[in-house]
Write a protein of this length. Structure first.
Length: 256
């Protein structure tokens, strides 16, 4: 009798977990109403210059993102006129759990759980209620070398985004924010992880163009503009970026 009861309880928990995941997926991909993306600035290294940058941050630092998604969605015929709204949330002092360095399934799963637990406890309240929460990890504007990899989680609808605390970098910063945001809607990367080169054809803004290279724009989920067979450059802003056909299918802007 007791065993039957235990199995019943486990089945109920499983059903709740499965239906929550389905609900989240449905909400992320139904595009029935504007999705609120709230961004929370965090001073990763705690230095004064980064703090001064964060203190002066306003909506204008993120102003290109919503119009970009609006124009891209319209090109794919999405009926919803304003797919996303970006809201600047309060800055945070607590750092998120560090992303595991070795890529095992188990460490990724345990990090994803820790990350969601951290987000649940530490995220400051904001209005309107966020659909997607992106934690912006600012590095000093004169930081040398490549930034750590940003991460967008479809499950939990949140992401960690590494950025430069510099006004001059706000164009490329918004490309990275838009890229991680689309991961939370189910989009996948479209570049080769070992070389970072955009994959053909899905990672090209204009795959049918002749000759194929150089391209003028980047596909958002490839993140770079391929210019030569082994060379790609970062787009300066979202104006040099498009959402490709395959990405539009993944986020349910286009029927497959
Ligand atoms: Zn990515």
């Amino acid at each position: 009798m007791f065993k039957v009861f235990r199995i019943f309880v486990l089945l109920v928990i499983l059903a709740v977990v499965a239906s929550t995941a389905l609900m989240q997926r449905w909400q992320a991909q139904s595009w029935r109403r504007t999705q609120v993306i709230t961004v929370y600035p965090i001073n990763l290294q705690g230095d004064a210059a980064t703090q001064a940058y964060i203190d002066q941050l306003g909506d204008q630092a993120f102003a290109d993102i919503a119009p970009f998604f609006q124009a891209q969605a319209r090109a794919f015929g999405l009926p919803l006129s304003t797919p996303v709204q970006v809201v600047l949330g309060r800055s945070m002092r607590d750092l998120p759990p560090p992303v595991p360095t070795q890529a095992s399934v188990l460490s990724a799963m345990s990090w994803s759980l820790k990350m969601r637990w951290w987000a649940w406890r530490k995220t400051p309240p904001s209005s309107p209620v966020p659909d997607v929460r992106l934690y912006l990890l600012y590095h000093p504007g004169d930081f040398n070398g490549p930034l750590p990899h940003s991460t967008g989680l479809e499950k939990g609808r949140m992401g960690l985004v590494h950025l430069f605390a510099s006004r001059a970098q706000e164009g490329p910063n918004q490309v990275v924010i838009a890229h991680e945001a689309l991961h939370t809607f189910g989009a996948t990367d479209k570049y080769d992880p070992s070389t970072l080169m955009p994959s053909f054809p899905d990672g090209y803004a204009a795959p049918d163009q002749q000759p194929t290279l150089p391209q003028d724009q980047a596909e958002l989920m490839a993140g770079r503009i391929p210019v030569r067979p082994n060379e790609a450059r970062m787009p300066a802003s979202l104006a040099q970026t498009v959402v490709g056909r395959r990405t539009a299918e993944e986020i349910n802007w286009l029927r497959r």
